[in-house]
Design a protein. Structure first.
Length: 254
């Protein structure tokens, strides 16, 4: 059964870098020096767009509305986005990536995900078409990973990160962030789009049969590091802290 984290039962939390839910991952998945993190080609793009916009988008719109009464706020904050960007959010549901995708509408978003997601039968093919990018556990592949994502960002693509790293279902605080997402933003001189997934009590007839809370996704104003960069590590840290504080101030308050 899915564990349900709240401020009140936070004592259940142990290592913040560990996922609370562990999925069945029976298949092998290996990344080598020739692996395409962002697959290209007209045929792949055709089927990817068909699956994403023609099938997944309408189905997930309805599904998220039924299951979570999903509400999306702040779309006006990304309406005029003209460059590549990094988007970040808290990681609190198995399928919160679908909510992020719906929040961006027709804008293309690529989702970084743990390597283990590509070890799940059938799912690994599906998420590749839906623009998932595996984060290799092998440090020797780091250079190619960074190079390909940098190129994508410079081409105007949006790359989504979960800077908390681990999935904690229904957790209502913003946890500590890793540096990766903010490193990409500083190096490519692009904005970070903070997105906060919050929870609210079901209302009306939903509260009669819904035990778990419903969901609101808040898209906040893009944040760009504007100071002159002398020390990139310091810039990354400042940007990370600023985004963290803004997201923290926009979490759900009981």
């Amino acid at each position: 059964m899915e564990k349900y984290f709240t401020r009140e039962n936070e004592e259940l939390v142990q290592d913040e870098n560990e996922d609370i839910i562990h999925l069945y991952e029976p298949l092998e998945f290996n990344i080598d020096e020739n692996y395409q993190y962002i697959k290209k080609g007209k045929v792949f793009s055709f089927f990817s767009n068909l699956l994403y916009y023609g099938i997944a988008f309408p189905i997930l719109t309805i599904l998220n509305k039924i299951v979570y009464d999903l509400k999306i706020e702040g779309k006006e904050n990304i309406k005029n986005l003209q460059t590549g960007a990094i988007s970040v959010s808290n990681h609190v549901l198995i399928l919160d990536c679908t909510m992020i995708g719906l929040s961006f509408g027709l804008k293309k978003v690529y989702f970084t995900t743990r390597e283990g997601s590509f070890k799940i039968p059938f799912i690994r093919k599906l998420i590749k078409l839906l623009r998932a990018i595996p984060i290799s556990s092998n440090i020797s592949h780091k250079e190619e990973f960074i190079k390909e994502l940098d190129k994508a960002i410079q081409e105007g693509k949006i790359i989504h990160f979960y800077p908390e790293k681990a999935l904690w279902p229904y957790y209502e605080k913003i946890r500590n962030f890793k540096n990766g997402a903010f490193n990409f933003a500083i190096r490519n001189n692009v904005p970070v789009i903070p997105i906060v997934i919050t929870f609210r009590a079901p209302k009306g007839i939903r509260k009669l049969f819904k035990r778990k809370k419903d969901v609101t996704v808040k898209i906040l104003e893009p944040i760009k590091y504007t100071e002159e960069i002398e020390n990139s590590r310091e810039a990354i840290q400042k940007l990370k802290e600023k985004v963290h504080e803004i997201m923290k101030s926009n979490t759900y308050k009981n």
